[in-house]
Design a protein. Structure first.
Length: 543
């Protein structure tokens, strides 16, 4: 019997530019204990099918058709009825954890809420289960993390909290919308092995929405391929991967990032240099007790030349994103940082504001960094109001259109709001916002993690073209080693806040010198073997 049966579902959105057809007549089934994947490019409608099924569409969205959960029709069901199902019988792991977790509540509060609401656990038992769940998803120092707030965790750690929350009540169906987007490759394997073991023990069905075909091949039993709101191919994963019937499916399978970045000439000027960068955070919650310091970045050196791309890789929590923010003076740090020969250490906030045009950042979580109350056009040109106040409204609209088209989006989209876009489209908007100012240095924090492979190739091509035309320098932070290999000419490998290996990209990838780097490479390019390894899986504890 099917756990979930979707029949002829359509989803539309009312926008200032008219009605948008996001999903057109989609049908699919998920059987008990089965893993089904939905793949497709950004904007293909794969997430909107499940948002409609869960009753979570945006206020301007409408859904028609039928969605049956067991024997019950749940499409457009009353909120009170869906509240009894969501989080208990059906759990959803969202793509963007920073916007799914409440910034005002601790991790403990948010993990224990569904346990108390659906399982009826006492406060003490719910806390014990929450601690167990954090340990289950491999969050270090779980007792301390329970007291943390979402902003105090790395992107990967926040995603693991979302996964722990989904697992808490042993649901019949887990809908996982890009559940490993923010995770490094080793944790990806651990989480997928964990989900697979839970599924085997509890016969939980998993609907896996992703753009990562490598994960689909290693993890899914069946796959649906979507394009422009429709299913263009479906079938057993092995058949679809080995003998795809759709030209579109073949294109997706061939869309691995390729090419290589050539290093700049030896006489290229040094643009951004950091010596002994160290970042610490206070930890501890005792009144009248002196908090101890946690070292997130520990004595890191960086030398970025004009036209160079430095790739920074490492596991979640290794300090790579904190390093990127410190380089731009967005995070207090020790050590010396210079830009174009100017020491940034003693710059006032006003002086740094003047330099922001030249030093830009593309954030990891695009939805969290885009104002929900501003149109895309306003978001993209917001920096022009500060750095080019003489530019008029009409000229800004033209610049917004040009920036959006440069990242592969239509100019007419500038009148829409962020919630009307897919995760991948929102990431491209974030890139457009940085590029519209023509900066010299751009720190890109996981800029392609939310993008499907075909769009990754487009964005990588775009970043290369911009770099060539404008002599841009990039610090490219990513857990995706295939992307790093394609975009970077120099690589820093970080672990526990320190650089454990660095060198030319070809040297690091072809002959890694440390065991840690070799483990990262194996996890990135041989995921199937890791998922089959007994060492990767973690034991599933009962509630």
């Amino acid at each position: 019997m099917a756990v979930l049966k979707v029949e002829n579902v359509t989803v539309t959105f009312d926008t200032p530019d008219g009605v948008i057809d996001a999903v057109s007549g989609v049908s699919m089934t998920v059987e008990r204990g089965e893993t089904v994947a939905i793949v497709g490019e950004s904007g293909s409608g794969k997430s909107q099918v499940m948002m409609a099924a869960m009753g979570l569409l945006a206020i301007n969205g409408r859904a028609e058709g039928s969605v049956r959960f067991g024997e019950d029709e749940i499409l457009n069901a009353p909120a009170r009825r869906m509240n009894l199902i969501r989080g208990s019988r059906i759990a959803m792991i969202f793509q963007e954890p920073m916007t799914s977790l409440d910034p005002l509540y601790t991790i403990e509060s948010q993990l224990t809420a569904p346990l108390r609401a659906h399982a009826g656990l006492s406060r003490a038992k719910a806390r014990a289960r929450a601690l167990e769940l954090l340990d289950l998803v491999r969050i270090p120092e779980p007792a301390r993390r329970l007291k943390a707030y979402p902003h105090e965790l790395s992107g990967g750690q926040r995603q693991r909290v979302m996964i722990a929350m989904a697992l808490s009540n042993s649901p019949d169906l887990i809908i996982a919308d890009e559940p490993t987007t923010a995770l490094d490759v080793t944790i990806q394997a651990e989480i997928l092995a964990l989900l697979a073991e839970l599924q085997a023990r509890l016969e939980t069905a998993i609907l896996f929405i992703t753009h990562d075909l490598g994960l689909v091949k290693a993890f899914a039993d069946r796959v649906y391929v979507m394009r422009a709101g429709r299913v263009v191919e479906e079938g057993p994963t092995t058949r679809v991967f080995e003998a795809p019937r759709s030209e579109y499916t073949r294109m997706l399978l061939d869309a691995e990032p390729d090419g290589a970045k050539h290093p700049p000439s030896d006489d290229a000027p040094l643009l951004l240099e950091a010596k002994g960068v160290r970042v610490t955070f206070p930890v501890g919650d005792g009144f009248l007790r002196r908090p101890r310091r946690f070292t997130a970045v520990d004595g890191v050196d960086v030398a970025l030349r004009r036209g160079q791309t430095i790739g920074v890789v490492g596991e979640s929590g290794s300090g790579k994103s904190t390093l990127g923010r410190a380089l731009l003076r967005l995070q207090p740090s020790e050590g010396r940082i210079t830009y174009a020969g100017r020491d940034l250490s003693d710059r006032t906030p006003a002086e740094m504001t003047q330099l922001r045009r030249e030093l830009q950042l593309v954030f990891q979580d695009p939805y969290g960094s885009l104002s929900p109350r501003m149109t895309v056009g306003e978001i993209v040109t917001e920096g022009l109001l500060i750095h080019e106040p003489q530019t008029g409204r009409r000229a800004r609209a033209v610049r917004a259109a040009e920036a959006l088209e440069a990242v592969g989006l239509s100019a007419v989209m500038r009148n829409r709001f962020p919630h009307e876009f897919s995760g991948g489209q929102r990431q491209r908007i974030a890139i457009a916002r940085a590029m519209v100012l023509s900066p010299s240095v751009v720190v890109l924090d996981e800029p392609t993690s939310a993008l499907d492979r075909s769009v990754q190739k487009q964005v990588i091509r775009l970043l290369r073209d911009l770099q060539t035309r404008l002599a841009l320098s990039y610090v490219f932070i990513s857990h995706d080693l295939a992307v790093i290999r394609a975009v970077a000419d120099h690589v820093l490998v970080m672990k526990d806040g320190r650089v454990v290996e660095e060198g030319a990209t070809s040297a690091v990838f072809n002959a890694p010198q440390t065991a840690y780097t070799r483990d990262l490479m194996r996890a990135a390019f041989d995921l199937s073997s890791l998922l089959k390894s007994d060492e990767t899986a973690a034991p599933v504890r009962e509630a």
